[in-house]
Design a protein around this ligand. Sequence first.
Ligand code: ADP
Length: 629
Amino acid sequence: MANTKSTESQHHQFQTEAKQLLHLMIHSLYTHKEVFLRELVSNASDALDKLRFESLTNPSLIDDKTELAIKIKVDKTAKTITISDNGIGMSRKDVMDNIGTIARSGSKAFLEKMTGDQKADSNLIGQFGVGFYSVFMVASSVKLYTKLAGSDEPAVVWESSGESEYTLSETEKETHGTDIVIYLKDEEGQYAEEHQIRSLIKKYSDFIAFAIYLPDEKGKEQIINQTKPLWLRSASAITTEQYEEFYQQVIGGIGSPLSTLHNRAEGILEYSSLLFIPSKSPFDLFSMDRKHGVKLYVKRVFIMDDCKEILPEYLRFVRGVVDSEDLPLNVSRETLQHNAVMGKISKTLVGKILGKLQELAEKEPQTYKSFWQEFGPVFKEGLHSDFENREKLLELVRFQSSMGQSKDDLVSLKQYVERMRPDQKDIYYITGDSREIVEKSPHLEVFKSKSIEVLYLVDPIDEWIINDIYNFQEKKLKSVTQGDLDLGELGKEEEESRKKSDTKYKKLSERIKNILADSVKEVRTTTRLKDSPACLVADANAMGAHMEKMMKAMGQDVPAQKRILEINTQHPILQNMNERYQKDPKDPELEQWSSLLFEGALIAEGQMVPDPMAYSKRVNDLLVKVSSI
Ligand code: ADP
């Protein structure tokens, strides 16, 4: 224990957001107050991890005799709890940066996510790393004595009652590490009972890898946790609750994981892995500086958080721990990139995760669906980057489709092929911004009339991965808005009737083409449409309209692509236009009508017309004419 020597103390104000958070801790969260203990113990364990890691390059930081451990003491009469660690400790500046401010984005996100539901909010405490402040749920004041390992700076004591300010003074402390003395509020005295601490440690911190000591009734120090890291214990000896607790405390997961993969590899390579597929995506899954959720340990020594080399980007939602026996203790992020051992571990783990997902897809389709809804868009990136596992990934991807009743009805490529119409050759898809838009697209008319299923590709990433899929079980994937439509036997009737009218509409098609020369590259008769007069299609190899729109939205300079206007000769508008053309090929009305056909086709697929004013004038003129007849 430390003694305050210098009494000259400096007063500091908490940063505004820290104040806000403290206020919430003290006044709003009443349930689950006990979590303060696990937060402080987990900080102590992190500090021990950091010291052990630093000592790999600077062995003088710890002497061989010192056991890295956490010690807890309680005083029932004084209502105090003291939590000590001989870990890395903090400098004066560290204390000000870490304990006086909430600079980290996670804490801001915590404040934003507060729901007012106390149970949910207290669960958020661990997730966003606002842990230390939780002590003020039970404490009327707190003193933190700390000394940075390997530094000549004097130790400091930080003191606060959690309201708006704290004081910092120099102190004397023999050993490096941190002692936190908690002065409990009168009504929270129960936490200063030995049995209470014992049961809370069992409940929340049993898996901490360092020994946690607590004196028993006779004053003899005893280890009160299991100390063997959870991932090294045999899976059969671990309860679901323990896994869950570990997932929340150590991994920072929310709620229960969707699936847990606990493995031990023995043989050429030796390592243990405890990985979790979360049930909810984190708030920053798509952010550029998103952290990877796998911690790397080497021979039980913590090496790094967020180890990107363990799993590929597309599995970045997986969280957990990997502990290797073969990697050197001095691995760095740089050397890991080309490390053969890491390469092999990664390959095996990817295989295990994909295997687990396959198992869920087969045996627990509902669970798999909820996985897909959370992580599908990220997972699909794998089709672009992981060619080795292409076949497995193709079995795991799911899409919405025209056969589904809602967003929740998903289809796999395998299922699609199984339920294809007997004469159907290709797999059809449409891309767009949302299900609501694509399902009304005129391009689907003939498909609907023949009950041919069309996949709805409505995730932004789909445009990119669709080219990577290219074909499945020797069936080509074809866009219903691109290239010629050849339904073979299935479209025989439409093709015959198109051919019959083709000559009859040849001249009109040319006339429309001349009118719309700036906007379309060709006008031709179609087999795609049933109810609509016209639609736009891109060349088979050109960029589709949706891709063009997305590229533009990303600020890319894409040259405008002219598309082909396909006309439905069964539609009264076209029949009428053809009659007019026969009477007078120069009829000026044809110009207005052609423009309207083109603009109508754009609107039908969810695009903007190039000149809304001109469009609206055309429609108004037409209405005036009709109403004056
Ligand atoms: P988190 O642990 O999620 O970062 P906390 O509010 O619990 O958030 O702690 C803030 C920071 O204070 C920690 O990241 C760490 O740098 C420092 N800290 C807290 N407790 C200790 C300790 N016992 N030893 C050393 N540093 C600590």
